[in-house]
Design a protein around this ligand. Structure first.
Ligand code: MN
Length: 491
């Protein structure tokens, strides 16, 4: 059996070790400091006979698989112990536990590692106090909202995954269901990825008119603060019970309880901490929602991520459902969308690192998925997938991350024609088909392909053409073979 042989320097550290609770397979030894201590052996410990020498270590009969722990605050004790252990068990690994010794003070050894002792316990204590602070927030929130008959959990207009997940978690924290605590918003969920999320998770977000807020006797805002609503919101939205958010704190409203943590990457992290502090069981569906909320707000723990986000992510990861997450992130592609992709792929090419796929008329959620796929192509640094959705030409953009920011490029491309934006590696643009037709004469596959390619080439490398980013916007019409885009698949 593998043992841990613990060598403690003096009675105080030995007692501390004993109180923390020694492990089952630990052989406890100590070296008394002077005559006085020698008479007061800590329970469970045996003295190293004759002090800290090789003979004393030999008497413990270390086996070939045993590990050593040396607990001390003195570099000289550590060095002596390492030498004695190395003399008897030359290959045995040694963990030195000390808060005062520096790595450089330890002698050469095949496998030695320095760790803290009091500082380790200290970190755990700090974590416990953090839990207590979160628990206090939960207690205050429950005291305030439990007496309410109907609580409106208000999200930003066009709610995003972080807001949706946070609202869903708040409801679980309050032990409510949707009839007495609905998730509400002044605007519908727009992005297809976000609609896929609420569909996969079975979460309903009700669109309400600002006047309807009066029908709720409790009002809680998550991932948003009242002033965001501007003049659209009724007075009711400016005097609320609760605000939980991670955006910069705003003034101009009243909230009985506000918990705003601007150093957090996601509001879902705050709610995850609440749930843990309150010991609420986090089921797979809830864990998946929160995990996806953190993931999308921090772009997979990249942008503006704190240690807290990572800790919550790890906690949620052990509880989430991979199948459910896959369904949110990779919604089922419609057959018509795949056919459109097939046609686009048949003649695909990567030019100057840009992989452009023009799909024809498709369901909107196909476009970002095709953009993801397009980036996997050899030689592609940029992937652009375009398609017709309703009265718009919609395109999704992805890049490899070490090139110009995708959001900037898309804004330059749509300048004067439509809207667009995004982040470093992903972005989206929307151009009304009518505006496109007015400028370029027709909206067919060849024209869209040529126009977008030229615009992206100009926006990605503005220096090459001596043009500014905005000059790189979509150029004027030219002639080209007409392949009607409208002949693509209908849904
Ligand atoms: Mn957020």
């Amino acid at each position: 059996m593998q043992r841990r042989i613990i060598v403690c320097d003096g009675a105080e550290l030995a007692r501390l070790w004993g109180r923390i609770g020694a492990g089952d397979a630990e052989a406890l030894t100590w070296v008394p400091r002077g005559e006085d201590e020698a008479r007061a052996r800590p329970p469970g410990f045996r003295s190293l006979p004759g002090g800290l020498g090789a003979e004393a270590i030999a008497k413990i009969e270390p086996g070939p698989t045993d590990h050593f722990g040396v607990v001390t605050e003195e570099a000289s004790f550590a060095r002596q112990a390492i030498a004695a252990i190395a003399g008897v068990a030359p290959g045995a690994p040694i963990l030195v536990l000390s808060d005062r010794i520096d790595e450089a003070e330890l002698p050469e050894h095949r496998c030695v590692r320095l760790g803290g002792l009091r500082s380790l316990v200290r970190d755990d204590l700090d974590d416990e106090f953090d839990h207590l602070a979160n628990w206090l927030q939960v207690v205050r929130i429950r005291e305030r909202l439990d007496p309410c008959e109907r609580i409106g959990i208000l999200l930003q207009p066009d709610p995003d995954p972080d807001g949706i997940a946070s609202g869903y978690a708040l409801r679980a924290l309050l032990g409510r269901k949707s009839p007495t605590a609905p998730l509400i918003s002044f605007g519908e969920i727009q992005r297809p990825e976000n609609r896929a999320m609420v569909e996969a998770l079975g979460i309903e977000v009700k669109t309400v008119h600002p006047d309807e807020l009066d029908t709720y006797d409790g009002l809680a805002l998550v991932d948003v603060q009242p002033t965001v609503f501007g003049d659209d919101a009724s007075e009711r939205a400016r005097k609320v019970d609760l605000v939980i958010d991670h955006h910069p704190e705003r003034s101009g409203y009243e909230a009985a309880i506000r918990d705003i943590r601007t150093d957090y990457g996601a509001t879902a992290t705050i709610l995850s901490e609440y749930l843990q502090a309150a010991r609420v069981e986090v089921r797979a569906r809830l864990a998946t929602a929160l995990l996806y909320g953190i993931k999308s707000d921090t772009q997979l723990l990249g942008r503006e991520t704190s240690r807290k986000d990572i800790l919550s992510f790890a906690f949620l990861h052990t509880h989430h459902s991979p199948a459910l997450l896959r369904r949110i992130e990779r919604p089922a592609l419609p057959v018509a969308g795949l056919r459109a992709l097939g046609r686009a792929l048949a003649r695909t090419e990567v030019r100057d690192g840009i992989h452009l796929l023009v799909l024809g008329r498709v369901r909107e959620d196909v476009i970002p998925q095709v953009a993801e796929l397009g980036l996997q192509t050899e030689g592609a640094e940029w992937s652009v997938a375009a398609g017709l959705v309703g009265p718009h030409l919609v395109f999704s953009v992805r890049n490899v991350g070490y090139v110009r920011a995708a959001g900037e490029v898309v804004r330059a491309v749509v300048d004067g024609l439509g809207v667009g934006g995004g982040h470093r590696t992903m972005a989206k643009g929307i151009i009304p088909t009518r505006a496109f037709r007015e400028r370029f004469g027709r909206v067919d596959r060849a024209t869209v392909g040529r126009v977008l390619l030229t615009a992206f080439e100009g926006a990605i490398r503005p220096d090459d053409t001596n043009a500014s980013a905005s000059d790189a916007a979509i150029p004027d019409a030219g002639d080209g073979p007409a392949t009607p885009l409208e002949l693509g698949e209908s849904e």
